[in-house]
Design a protein around this ligand. Structure first.
Ligand SMILES: [Fe+2]
Length: 356
């Protein structure tokens, strides 16, 4: 199987990984053969990419960093909480704590956590999928930073609700596929203060966790909002969420921007360390996501074509590759595997099939 962006998906392709909506409903089951109608519907739902079966590539095992059950439960609880907040400014904290705890336990029991899964969620329910992704990425970063359980649970809760203020904004500010006007941008920036106001009034909700909503758009050099805080004055959890929030937005094509590939988003974040982002956070975040996720079609410097089959935390740009075609484009029968970590003369020069 391999990941294919939605604009490159064709009728007749077979789906190899199910696509879910924000409430955990199956939008498309694994094994389904795509028809023009399915493709149109997936585009309407804002699905970004699909995993499809590819005879040439063969089977690949791509595991999510948390179980599907826990991810769907987190989505459901986040959606419920955010949907309810307008009518009843109260969170069912016991449910939230329990799901954050499950995520933390699963991540801690996973020895070598690296995010390989390409995003196949539906953008129409963007906020919820985004919140869960940001929570998971923040927690992996927190683990890399040596946080213990209690601190991780606080970080996870803050990350899950960092954008809760969005639910109090007019819908037309959020659902734009063009850059915001000055007036809209001012309104959008209010989501930080609005979110903080909601969270800080909740009984038994930690004030430092509520500060994640307030400060996740503050920037290391003081150019963020709402208070232009700098460096160490920014809440510790908010510094992490600042990075993971942007990474998830870039790789999902938020706000009508072209979708970045993981290596492009990582480059942008690394380039902005000590400008927008705390250097320690960037250092620890860098190794949490695969630069070339499993299932990515690539071209090597030898002009051979292959697919990434395994990634290594210690060698982010040097995964294991299954070579599918020789330098002349002739199919390898059978394909052979090459460990770039053990072959310093070989490297990836291009990603294929992503249109760039
Ligand atoms: Fe935000």
């Amino acid at each position: 199987m391999r990941a294919v962006p939605i604009d490159k998906v064709r009728a007749g392709m077979q789906v190899s990984r199910a696509v879910y909506g924000a409430s955990g409903e199956t939008l498309l089951a694994a094994g389904v053969t795509l028809t023009p109608r399915y493709i149109q519907r997936l585009q309407e739902l804002g699905v970004l990419a699909l995993y499809i079966h590819d005879e040439e590539v063969g089977d690949l095992e791509i595991n999510d960093v948390v179980s599907e059950k826990t991810r769907l439960q987190a989505l459901k609880i986040t959606k419920e909480a955010m949907d309810n907040i307008r009518l009843n400014p109260d969170l069912e904290l016991a449910k939230v704590n329990s799901v954050v705890n499950d995520i933390v336990e699963e991540l801690l029991s996973n020895k070598d956590i690296i995010v390989n899964l390409v995003d196949i969620r539906a953008m129409n329910d963007y906020t919820f999928g985004h919140s869960v992704n940001v929570a998971i990425l923040s927690l992996i970063t927190g683990i890399a930073m040596g946080y213990e359980r209690e601190k991780l649970c606080k970080l996870g809760t803050g990350a899950l609700f960092h954008d809760i203020g969005n639910t109090l904004l007019p819908e037309n500010v959020l659902n734009q596929d063009r850059p915001l006007t000055g007036e809209e941008e001012n309104l959008y920036q209010r989501h930080t203060v609005l979110g903080f106001e909601v969270l800080r009034k909740l009984e038994n909700f930690s004030l430092s966790v509520a500060h994640v909503a307030l400060q996740h758009h503050e920037r290391y050099d003081g150019t963020g909002y709402p208070r232009q805080l700098q460096k160490g004055a920014i809440n510790e959890f908010a510094r992490i969420v600042a990075v993971t929030d942007l990474y998830d937005k870039l790789t999902s094509g938020w706000g009508g921007q072209p979708r970045c590939l993981p290596f492009q988003a990582l480059e942008l974040i690394i380039a902005n360390r000590e400008k927008f982002f705390h250097p320690d956070v960037v250092e620890n975040f860098m190794n949490t996501v695969a630069v070339f996720p499993i299932g990515t079609l690539i071209m090597l410097n030898t002009q051979e074509k292959g697919v990434v089959v395994q990634t290594y935390k210690e060698y982010p740009t040097r995964p294991r590759v299954r070579v599918l075609a020789d330098s002349g484009g002739k199919r390898m029968v059978p394909p052979y595997e090459l460990d770039l970590a053990l072959n310093p003369n070989c490297c990836i020069v291009r990603i294929l099939d992503e249109g760039n």
